[in-house]
Design a binder for this molecule. Structure first.
Ligand code: NAP
Length: 293
């Protein structure tokens, strides 16, 4: 039987609608318009497209955008000074510096320079620590998007066997920690797999919820999935790149084979991807609300 598709585009759209109503209420009751500052360094096409997408999404729901596009050879000092100004600007509630940065700039220094109370990406060590102890205010956007998809697809998590493939600081580790917390909407038994895992399939085959963030085409085949499992494919891989730079996007999971075994599955594109920006918007609105408090 074909798996039910978890439609990330539709869920992200619903979240944007909810946020637009929250923003209208913030403006009406408190005269506050949430503001997001984005900083883009250089012309990397992927980064340009992400930041453009973020600013467009802000505009559609009523978040003010403050965009700074700096040349690829900008100095670290200049960027740190700009971050300091954005930290001090009361109209800016969230600050996002698009990664990766050119090699003359120490990414860690930049992440550390962002005010943790404006760190809507959730990458500052203070926010990573808050996440670890279950007191997060800005959960990182992709993991938060995964959790939202699980909740909105009514996937049971309490006591569930969850297997996460990938241990990056961006996706694997934070999503595992969030699902592990002893609270409603989490409380799962979580296993994290990586390239050092001895027999990946032994773990994935017992997963009631399988989250795959490996960045490898075909990392998960149909026979590695437990019948009826919920499969969240985070991977974004470009294949068949043409001379004009066009490519097909595929995930880490063999979608056709997995759909025959899984109970629910996210497609690529149209699964986790749209959720990441939706969660950034949510964190920005939350940052504006926190300032009021
Ligand atoms: P990453 O930093 O490269 O980490 C990949 C992780 O997967 C590593 O921990 C690696 O293990 C593990 N891994 C790789 N191949 C494996 C295999 N065959 N078996 C078991 N583990 C394996 O990547 P990332 O930043 O987490 O991103 C992962 C994927 O998600 C990428 O395709 C990325 O483009 C995508 N992504 C999508 C979104 C979105 O919004 N949709 C956001 C972020 C990332 P080791 O630690 O042992 O090397």
């Amino acid at each position: 039987m074909a798996a039910q598709i978890i439609d990330g585009k539709a869920v992200a759209e619903a979240i944007r609608g909810e946020l637009a109503a929250d923003i209208a209420a913030l403006r009406e009751r408190h005269g506050v318009t949430p503001g997001l500052a984005t900083v883009l360094v250089g012309e990397d096409p992927g980064s340009v497209s992400y930041v453009t997408g973020k600013n467009k999404a802000c505009a559609t729901i009523g978040i003010r955008s403050f965009h700074h596009h700096l040349p690829a050879d900008v100095s670290e000092d200049y960027l740190l000074k700009l971050v300091g100004e954005l930290n001090a600007n009361p109209e800016v509630h969230g600050v996002l510096v698009q990664l990766p940065l050119p090699k003359q700039i120490d990414e860690r220094k930049v992440i550390h320079a962002i005010d943790p109370d404006k760190d809507v990406d959730g990458f500052h060590p203070v926010n990573v620590g808050r996440l670890m102890i279950g007191e997060e205010i800005f959960p990182p956007c992709t993991p938060a998007g995964i959790i939202e998809l699980l909740h909105r697809s009514a996937t049971p998590l309490a006591g569930a066997d969850v297997v996460v493939v990938g241990r990056s600081n961006l996706v694997g580790k934070p999503v595992a920690v969030m699902l592990l917390q002893k609270r409603a909407g989490a409380n799962a038994t979580v296993t994290i797999c990586h390239t050092g895992t001895r027999d990946l399939a032994v773990h994935t085959r017992r997963a009631e919820v399988l989250i795959v963030a490996a960045g490898r085409v075909g990392a998960i085949t149909g026979d590695m999935i437990r019948p009826g499992a919920t499969v969240i494919d985070v991977g974004v891989n470009r294949i068949g790149i043409t001379a004009s730079g066009k490519a097909k996007l595929v995930g880490d999971v063999d979608f056709a084979a997995a759909s025959e075994v899984a109970g629910k599955i996210t497609p690529v594109p149209g699964g986790v991807g749209p959720m990441t920006i939706a969660m950034l918007l949510k964190n920005t609105v939350h940052a504006a609300r926190l300032r009021l408090a």
